[in-house]
Design a binder for this molecule. Structure first.
Ligand code: FES
Length: 124
């Protein structure tokens, strides 16, 4: 396991762990968009708008949309995580608004991971 080298890194790990813990205690699917500076610069606001539109369009009720800050992966922004109950956390990278309907219909609604956009995963 890598050493933690800074307080910021520790905070990121804590945030990430608490997101995961919160997700485990709920049956809602969580969609988390990285809204750190680099995420916003890369188009995270547009991705967030697309997520909210798609969820509204489909009338999805059991989906919780959240934001998170910098997780140290600027080069992969915009980042979008889906935490599906009891199925761990999947991180999608370089997400565009055009990718969002596919992520929502495949993963959020049907639980099928969109493999070609995955950059990281944390198993349950
Ligand atoms: S601002 Fe921290 S990784 Fe981009």
């Amino acid at each position: 396991m890598a050493k933690i080298k800074s307080l910021d890194e520790l905070r990121r790990i804590k945030t990430s762990a608490s997101d995961l813990t919160a997700a485990r205690s709920s049956n809602a699917v969580k969609v988390i968009v990285g809204m750190g500076t680099c995420g916003i610069a890369a188009g995270a606001r547009e991705v967030m708008d697309a997520v909210l539109k798609e969820i509204e369009k489909r009338g999805l009720k059991d989906v919780s949309v959240q934001t998170t800050g910098c997780i140290g992966m600027c080069q992969e922004e915009p980042l979008l995580d889906v935490i599906y109950p009891n199925k761990g956390r999947i991180t999608y990278g370089r997400v565009t608004p055009e990718d969002v309907p596919r992520i929502v219909s495949e993963h959020v609604v049907n639980g099928r991971i969109v493999e070609d956009l995955v950059i990281a995963r944390v198993d349950d």
